[in-house]
Design a protein around this ligand. Structure first.
Ligand code: FES
Length: 232
């Protein structure tokens, strides 16, 4: 099928401001948006710039705004989008070129919540055991691929650069509720600030945007409840 891609382009070395360019591509209904972008880059305009790597929804490289919604280009099928598709970079980040954004602040927020196991004591019996029920407690938030779709779908992050954002809270949740971890109190204190979980207004954009189906808003609410009702 013939489809028009309307892609937001910006080259800081040449353009004063971003503009849209249109490309006609011939795709199969079951092709992904990434296949269509590759067709433009490989056969029409090699200067088009975007991130991608695995092409299978695992690495989180190719989150972008597709018809106004944050999506992974490698997971969205052409047949679900209509004949004219608008593709833009994630909003809330500086654009380096075309669909490529600067994610340094995003990863700084991620690092700020200490997204790793904190446990200084030696494990008894050689390993840190936990029951299936304990593992289940944080299972959902282990699925995050750090694509930033949730964080940049959140209207709070568009206007407040201090807010750590949904993805950082999801990754804090993954360790706060891990029975083997001893850093939960430290992470909760980090999030118990004006730039932490209390900035969240429960808009649910993050949950809608997550390509892994993580219940992001629910995870944020669990962290809020831990701050309110558990000893920190
Ligand atoms: S290219 Fe890896 S998630 Fe899409």
């Amino acid at each position: 099928m013939e489809v028009t891609l309307r892609i937001k382009r910006y080259n800081p070395e040449m353009d004063v401001k971003p503009h849209f360019e249109e490309y006609q591509v011939d795709v199969e209904p079951t092709d992904r948006v990434l296949d269509a972008l590759n067709q433009v880059k490989w056969y029409q305009d090699g200067t088009l710039t975007y991130r991608r790597s695995c092409a299978h929804g695992i690495c989180g490289s190719d989150a972008m705004r597709i018809n106004g919604r944050n999506r992974l280009a490698c997971k969205i099928l052409m047949k679900d989008l209509g004949r004219k598709i608008t593709i833009e970079p994630l909003i809330g980040f500086d654009v380096e070129k075309d669909l490529l954004v600067d994610m340094e602040d995003f990863f700084a927020s991620y690092r700020a919540v200490k997204p790793y196991l904190i446990a200084d004591d030696a494990p008894s019996g050689g390993e840190r055991r936990q029951s299936p029920e304990e593992r289940e407690r944080y299972d959902d938030t282990t699925k995050c691929i750090l694509c930033a779709a949730c964080t940049t779908a959140c209207p709070i992050t568009w206007t407040n650069e201090e807010f750590v954002g949904p993805a950082a809270i999801v990754n804090a949740h993954r360790f706060i509720f891990d029975s083997r971890d001893k850093g939960g109190g430290e992470r909760l204190r980090i999030l118990n600030t004006r730039s932490g979980v209390w900035r969240c207004r429960t808009v649910f954009n993050c949950t809608d945007a997550c390509p892994r189906g993580i219940k992001v808003t629910d995870a944020i609410e669990q962290v809020k409840r831990a701050l309110l009702y558990e000893e920190v």
